[in-house]
Design a protein around this ligand. Structure first.
Ligand SMILES: Cc1cc2nc3c(=O)[nH]c(=O)nc-3n(C[C@H](O)[C@H](O)[C@H](O)COP(=O)(O)O)c2cc1C
Length: 212
């Protein structure tokens, strides 16, 4: 079995973290870098990752997240927050950055910029947010794999009230909306009902459709 697959078998949605164990900063940085490097539609990276270190903010979030203990017991808490809308400013920021970094201007690329401006900017904010949120989920998937690679435990969570989290973290002021959150840490030696249960997945036969 490949090393990656064995780590993906090892990982699980951790229910109980050991609050005495902190994830070393270099591991957190590698997980964040993996998220930064992952793919997004048109390369817009239309979401941001918030590392919530403040214990008071985490305590405020917990009751609005089904009281899930991982929010406060994990070593780190990542919040994936998507752009609340696509604006011309945001789209141009990314296209300009690409031009600046590559040091070239290309007609095809500029046409593509216009196409996105013409398609996304007039669209309603909710449709644009939903599109951005889907990109944040790609980041979540990447984070889950990167955490497993680092042998760091993680719990993907959408069991929370996004409006409340937005309010607590003042995300509206940044033009962001929380999508999904990810506590990171180390599993507790005791008290996690899930840790010893078999990982259950649909069979390959059921899951993969081969069209010949
Ligand atoms: C988008 C998403 C949201 C989830 N929300 C929660 C959550 O709020 N609380 C929780 O304990 N687990 C949550 N889970 C964990 C899933 O239940 C878990 O990943 C799934 O049952 C597969 O099990 P495994 O990850 O342990 O292999 C979530 C998973 C995903 C991908």
């Amino acid at each position: 079995m490949s090393d990656l697959l064995s780590k993906l078998r090892w990982r699980y949605a951790t229910k109980k973290f050991d609050s005495a164990k902190a994830v070393p900063q270099e591991k957190v940085e590698r997980i964040l870098e993996a998220i930064r490097l992952t793919a997004t539609s048109s390369g817009l990276q239309p979401y941001e990752v918030i590392v919530v270190n403040n214990p008071e903010l985490r305590a405020q979030i917990q009751p609005h997240a089904w009281n899930q203990a991982q929010i406060t017991e994990a070593s780190h808490l990542l919040v994936f927050a998507a752009w609340d809308n696509y604006t011309a400013e945001r789209i141009n920021m990314m296209f300009d950055l690409v031009n600046e970094e590559r040091g070239v201007r290309n007609e095809g690329w500029e046409n593509y910029r216009q196409q996105l401006l013409n398609t996304y900017v007039p669209r309603d904010a909710e449709t644009n947010y939903q599109h951005a949120a889907r990109q944040a989920y790609i980041g979540l998937g990447t984070a889950l794999i990167a955490a497993a690679e680092e042998e760091v435990d993680a719990t993907p969570m959408e069991g929370f009230d996004p409006a409340k989290v937005d309010e607590i973290l003042k995300l509206h002021e940044r033009g962001l909306r929380s999508v999904v959150i990810l506590p990171l840490g180390y599993r507790a030696a005791e008290g996690d009902w899930l840790v010893s249960l078999k990982k259950v997945r649909r069979s390959r036969e059921d899951f993969v459709i081969e069209m010949k």
